[in-house]
Design a protein around this ligand. Structure first.
Ligand SMILES: Nc1ncnc2c1ncn2[C@@H]1O[C@H](COP(=O)(O)OP(=O)(O)OP(=O)(O)O)[C@@H](O)[C@H]1O
Ligand SMILES: [Mg+2]
Length: 169
């Protein structure tokens, strides 16, 4: 339902996204993981049209039904509920667990999985790597503005580089 092809994005003269291609299919729960400053939020901004890519294309099936995004904060559940009132076709979640107590993080992930099971297509950026990969159908690993891995959530979880760099295993 959303397809990004070979985009480069800049803040002024600074290039932060390098040849990014990604897609999300109808009904999928897609995770984007990666370290601080990798460009995860910048991808979300380009999807929302807040930042215009210098190169490449972004195709979104229904232009008049906007994707909805959320930033971190303390009232993520309420924010998600509000976003859902607009009946989005695609829900964009940028670190929805930020600042939540661990037990709330667990129930947040349960809610996200439930929404997806009910048919909502979701792209989620998360620092809780193991939890998000357990939930995700598919995932991308972004490092320094480039996608370096794409795989199912479970295969990404067992990838040696991911285990070492992001799961401390
Ligand atoms: N408004 C901005 N102006 C200039 N540079 C920016 C701006 N926002 C982000 N950057 C830079 O772009 C790069 C990607 O930032 P981005 O916020 O997309 O990373 P991120 O993966 O979301 O990181 P985090 O995990 O910390 O949220 C970083 O080098 C960052 O310093
Ligand atoms: Mg970010």
């Amino acid at each position: 339902m959303l397809e990004i092809k070979s985009i480069d994005a800049y803040y002024g003269e600074t290039k932060v996204l390098w040849n990014i291609s990604l897609n999300v299919r109808q009904g999928e729960l897609l995770a984007i993981i990666g370290p601080n400053g990798a460009g995860k939020t910048t991808i979300m901004c380009t999807i929302m049209g807040l930042l215009a890519p210098k190169r490449g294309t972004i195709l979104f099936e229904r232009k008049n039904q906007e994707a909805r995004t959320l930033s971190g904060g303390e009232s993520q559940m309420l924010a998600i509920a509000r976003a859902l009132m607009s009946k989005p076709k695609l829900l964009l979640l940028d670190e929805p667990s930020l600042g939540l107590a661990p037990n709330l993080v667990t129930s947040l992930f349960q809610t996200i999985k439930k929404l997806n099971k009910h048919g909502l297509t979701i792209i989620i950026v998360e620092q809780h790597v193991s939890q998000v990969l357990e939930a995700a159908d598919r995932s991308y690993l972004l490092e320094n503005g480039s996608i370096i891995l794409e795989d199912t959530g479970s295969k990404m979880l067992s990838n040696p580089h991911v285990k070492k760099a992001y799961l401390g295993l």
